[in-house]
Write a protein that binds this ligand. Structure first.
Ligand SMILES: [Mg+2]
Length: 284
């Protein structure tokens, strides 16, 4: 390639993906937190819904004899509680897991329960209302490092799928300006239609690679949720990449403990470090 033409291209985009992805035939990406920064919007909506619920139950005197109520009713932590109980899970599973962690044995409720604090479904409905309102206000963006990796893989013809526990995945991706590079989309609608269990069950990932026609052992999973990397491990995927956006002291270790083979803070780390070095190696 003449020097002028080489200089006109982004060297990072021109390079092959890092060696960890090399040799794998397909990649399955989670949506929230991996492609889009919407995890922040989810966490804020959960916090408002849960904190209101905790407040109401504290006022009702919901503490147990001899228990320190501060522990049980302390506000939802958008880092720790989000990561541990709701991230990557369906809305209902997430609501049930967090409320159970605080010993709030709310009845499951009915599918058409309006937003409120009396049942698990009501709390989940409140979160949904808050989240969709926030989505409509915009502000969800794609991570630049992810977009670079998607472009490189797409140019190399690597089959890619995107999965999400959310029914808003397509809306999120198009709203964030993510190019249509995916050969398969398994979102919350599809999971419900096919009755696929949620993460940490690997069903959605297995459905994604089935649609790509690639065995899981020859595909990578890229996930930011503990339940998600666990699903990747259970599904027997060739590589499980954990994405640690918080870079907290324990989060990378937790991702590894739950099944991540490698942990990155940004997907650009899956691109080679040196400009074009990987490409020359490949061609040599
Ligand atoms: Mg996620």
């Amino acid at each position: 390639m003449p020097p002028a033409a080489a200089a006109a291209r982004d060297p990072e985009e021109d390079a092959a993906p890092a060696h960890r992805l090399h040799g794998l035939r397909a990649v399955v990406f989670d949506t929230d937190g991996v492609i889009t920064d919407s995890a922040r919007v989810h966490a804020a909506a959960w916090k408002e819904a849960f904190d209101d619920c905790l407040r109401e139950w504290r006022e009702r005197g919901g503490g147990r004899p001899g228990e320190e109520p501060r522990d049980r009713f302390r506000p939802f932590d958008v880092q720790e509680d989000y990561r541990r109980y709701v991230d990557g899970r369906s809305r209902l599973d997430g609501a049930a897991a967090f409320l159970a962690s605080r010993g709030l044995d709310l009845p499951p409720g009915e599918p058409d329960d309006p937003p409120g604090n009396g049942t698990v479904r009501a709390v989940a409905a409140r979160k949904e209302r808050l989240f969709t309102a926030a989505l409509r206000q915009g502000g969800v963006e794609a991570w630049p490092g992810t977009l670079r990796l998607l472009r490189v893989l797409h140019r190399e013809g690597v089959p890619m799928a995107v999965i999400s526990a959310s029914r808003h995945a397509r809306e999120l991706l198009s709203g964030a300006g993510v190019p249509q590079v995916f050969d398969a989309v398994v979102d919350g609608h599809e999971a419900a239609r096919l009755q696929l269990p949620g993460k940490p069950d690997p069903a959605v990932f297995l459905e994604a690679v089935r649609r790509l026609g690639v065995p899981p052992g020859q595909a990578a999973v890229v996930e930011d949720a503990l339940a998600g990397v666990e699903a990747g491990r259970r599904g027997g995927f060739g590589l499980v990449v954990g994405v640690d956006r918080t870079a907290g002291p324990t989060s990378a270790r937790d991702l590894r403990d739950h099944g991540a083979d490698v942990v990155v803070t940004d997907l650009a780390e899956l691109l080679p470090p040196g400009p074009r070095a990987g490409r020359h190696d490949e061609e040599g």
